[in-house]
Every structure is written in C-alpha cells, then in structure tokens.
Design a protein around this ligand. Structure first.
Ligand SMILES: [Mn+2]
Length: 509
C-alpha cells in the first residue's frame, strides 16, 4: 500500500522529486493528447501537470475537481505528477476546495494601491483609471492568460513595455511555477508605426492561434502601449477582439474626440492622460512604470525608465522633473540619459520586429556594465552620424520667411538616405537646431506625406492642421497624426503642392 502524504501544490518543488504524494484541486486545462493524458490541476496555491500513461484521466474534464495520487517527477525543467490513482471529488469536499481556491485567487488579484513613484496631482487625478488598468492586467495574469505586449518601437515605447515586462514576468513565473512559462505565456512585439497596424494585428493573431497548443484556448491579454489611441488602430483592435483578445491600451497620444470615443467603445481599458484633460507630456514610459508598480509591488529596476522615456519624447512638466530625480537617485544623470536614449533608438531600430528580450533588458539597465559599454561604443559614432545628416539636411533645406515667420522644408527624398537615421529623426534633429534660431516649424516633405516638428512659440498644432486640411481637401484622404507638436500627416500626392502651400500659409500668416 502507498503511503500518501497530502500536499499543497506549491510545496512540490525539486526536493520532492521521487516522493509519492496526494494532491487535490480543480482541473483548469486538459491537453488535447491521447497518450499520455495530461491535465493541469490547481489548488489555488499553484498548479501542476498531472500525467497519466494508463488512461485514468479519460473521464476527467476541465472544471472537474480531483484527488491525484502519484510520484513527483521532473520533465524538461518542470515539476509534474505521474499519477497512480485518480479520484473525482464531489459534494462538501469539493465546495471546501473551491472556497479555498477563490479566497487565494482574490488575494492574488489584489493590486498595490500605495503611492505613485513620484508625487503628482495629475497622477492622483488619474488614479481610478490606473487602478482599473492594473486590476485588469493582474487578474488576467493570475488567471493564467497569455500576455502580449505590443509597443511603439521608439525609446518611449520600449520604456513602457520594459516596465510592464519587469512586473509581469515574475508574476507569470510564480503563477505557473516554471521558468519556461515566461517564454510560453509572455511575448513582446515592437511596432514600427505609432499605431496598431493591421499587418501587425494579423501577425499577432497568427502567433496567438499557434500558441494555443501550448497554453490552451484562452483569451490573450493584449497590452498596447505608446500607440493605439487613434482611429488608425481601430480595425486592428476589432480584429484582435474578434479572436478573443482583451485589449488594454496605455498611451499618451492625442486623438480627436470621435476617435477617442470609438477607441473607448472597443477597448476593454484605455488609459490616456488626454482623457483627464492632461497632455502627452505624461509619456507612455511614465504611465507604464506606474501601472507596473501597481500590478507588482516588488517590481525592480524601473526607476530609470520614466525619466528616460521623457527625455526621448521631450517631455516638459513637473512630473518629468521628478522622474529625472528618481533616475538620478538610481545613478543616471540627465546627460547620460540623453546619450542612452539615442543609443536605444539606434539599437532598437536594428532589432526591427524581433523581441530581443535579453538585449533589450540589458540596454534598459538589467546589466549596467554592458549598458555603459554600449553607450561608450555606440554614442560617439551616432553623434557623428547625426551631425552629418543634420548638416546635409540643413544645407538642402528650403527656408521660407514671410510676415516675420520662418519655417524650413526638407525634401526627404533628396535630403535623407535609406537606413538609420530615418527621416523623422533627421527632421527632429534639424528642428532642434533651428528652433533656437526662431524657426516656427520644420517640415519633412515626402510623396504624399509631411513630417511636422512644431515650435512651442506658435499655437499651431498638428490636429489643427489636420482639421484644416480635411476641410479644404475632402478627397485627399488626409490621415495620420501624433502629438500636438510632432507627427506625420499622410494624403494623396494629387494635392501635394496645394497642401504644401496650405501648410506654409498656416505658419507664415
Ligand atoms: Mn511616446
């Protein structure tokens, strides 16, 4: 006769390998295999795969409560139970286990409602939104749903995603009690576009469907950050929802009232400072770090990220100053952050669609030594490269001065080359130089597109220009957007020259 020792599932670690134990819990998943039969059993404290080579799990389905007696084994780094006997549990005993599971679940889902990383009235005003967002993310993780973080592939987007990643991965590992689970249940995907492009959505859904044989047929938590607030993301979000994704958007991009309404209708959570009457100066990296702290109080190594994101996105606000202090206390001064932001931009440009989990983590402070080395090696080269591109672009730039107002127009096709730095970077860099000399705007003109960088010394904003163009050229298919003072507008090149004149007029009236 087997001597069974009743155990909680969380107690089954390496030291129990080879022991006979009895566990009780709820079947949360049944693998679609004939042999061996595998079910995942949870008792609230943790979960484990119960494996049967003798068809003892034939009658057992998801949602059943069972007692499993067997031997603790290790398989590819995971602890599992090779069963010898299975018994279904019913009645009072079942209710008792269910109660216990629910109690633990409730506790697991709890979020950290403590202070924000910095003192801020704006963040406090957004608190309810933050808590809703954090609760939903935590609930999904603790219920064992797979997570996909889609983020804009710029420094701000990476900062936001990395904060979340640093909070989410330990939760997933503890939830599933294995290192492999961090690879199974979590993915991060950078997006070149500042919106959720339809082809990215199709890619994501393909991956999600493919992953189902590893994680089961569960809803995926899709967190979209530093993008996703504009109408350009709408169809993609609808498609992802159609395939069973929960959509959480953490973004700081401005959108029109109409767009905002449409996004809020379809997304499960939409956290954006504009909803509260604030602006893009609260970056996605700042929002992401605060959400990260709420879902995981013990999250480490994120103090750098909000300040870094603010530098990259040129944030100017009280909160920014405080986040910079936070980074400084962690050993990062502003000058270093500026260099690091440029290096990250360069590195991530070359990562393209790859997740590059380790490299990204190092760049964002996991390995400080390597981070330092990267800045030392790459930054001087970058500085030189940017300087050359900027000077050339200025050389070929058309300067327009009217009524005492000055703007510059760069012909992208003529004055930028393929590869790094991209046109947006060059226009931004030229603008940084020329705004000091009184330029109100620098435009990067392409075929059917204009990149805008706009001075704070004028009340012209991108949305104002968009609205005007839409009115004046109703058939030119005006689209695009971004922030108030930086972004891209697209249109049919049939109206190229007229739109050009309208833009010049807007700044030089
Ligand atoms: Mn951003």
């Amino acid at each position: 006769m087997i001597r069974m020792i009743k155990k909680e599932i969380k107690e089954l670690n390496n030291s129990e390998i080879g022991n006979e134990v009895a566990i009780m819990g709820k079947v949360i998943r049944k693998a679609p295999l004939k042999k061996p039969q595998i079910v995942t059993l949870s008792d609230g404290t943790s979960s484990i795969d119960v494996v049967s080579f003798s068809n003892n799990l034939e009658e057992i389905g998801e949602g059943d409560f069972i007692k499993a007696v067997g031997m603790v084994k290790e398989n590819k780094g995971n602890i599992e139970l090779k069963e010898k006997k299975i018994e279904e549990i019913k009645g009072d005993e079942r209710d008792k286990i269910e109660k216990k599971i629910n109690k633990i679940k409730k506790k697991e889902r709890r979020i950290n409602k403590g202070d924000f990383l910095i003192e801020s009235e704006k963040l406090e005003a957004m608190r309810e939104g933050f808590e809703k967002c954090a609760s939903e993310i935590k609930r999904m993780i603790m219920e064992g749903h797979p997570v996909l973080v889609r983020h804009h592939a710029d420094c701000d987007g990476y900062c936001a995603a990395m904060s979340l990643e640093r909070a989410i991965l330990p939760l997933i590992e503890s939830k599933h009690r294995s290192k492999i689970s961090a690879l199974r249940y979590y993915r991060r995907a950078p997006s070149r576009t500042p919106f959720y492009d339809y082809s990215d959505a199709v890619r994501d859904i393909t991956m999600i469907n493919r992953d189902k044989d590893r994680v089961g047929d569960k809803e995926t938590l899709l967190i979209i950050t530093d993008m996703g607030s504009s109408a350009q993301s709408l169809l993609s979000i609808k498609k992802a929802k159609l395939y069973g994704c929960k959509i959480v958007i953490i973004d700081h991009h401005a959108a029109s009232e109409e767009e905002d309404k449409a996004i809020k209708e379809i997304a499960d959570i939409h956290l954006n400072p504009h909803t509260y009457g604030f602006d893009s100066n609260l970056t996605a990296g700042m929002l992401g770090a605060e959400v990260a702290r709420m879902i995981n109080k013990k999250v480490g190594n994120i103090e750098l990220l909000p300040g870094l994101s603010g530098i990259a996105d040129r944030s100017e606000c009280e909160e920014m100053d405080r986040y910079l202090q936070l980074a400084k206390a962690d050993g990062y001064d502003e000058e270093y952050l500026r260099k690091l932001a440029m290096v990250i931009d360069f590195e991530t440009y070359h990562m393209r669609y790859m997740e590059s989990r380790e490299m990204t983590a190092d760049l964002l402070g996991k390995n400080r030594e390597r981070q330092d080395e990267m800045v030392k090696i790459v930054y001087p080269e970058l500085e030189k490269m940017m300087e050359e591109h900027t000077e050339s672009a200025i050389h070929y730039m058309q300067e327009i001065e009217k009524n005492g107002n000055k703007i510059g127009i760069i012909n992208i096709k003529e004055a930028s080359s393929i590869g790094y730095p991209g046109a947006g970077k060059i226009v931004g860099s030229v603008f940084s130089k020329l705004s000091e000399k009184g330029f109100l705007s620098v435009l990067g003109e392409g075929d059917g597109s204009v990149i805008f960088r706009i001075s704070h010394n004028t009340d012209v904003t991108l949305s104002k220009i968009m609205n005007k163009l839409k009115r004046e050229f109703p058939f030119a298919m005006i689209s695009g957007g971004g922030h108030d003072k930086a972004g891209t507008i697209r249109f049919l090149s049939a109206e190229q020259s007229k739109i050009r004149d309208a833009n010049i007029d807007e700044f030089t009236r």
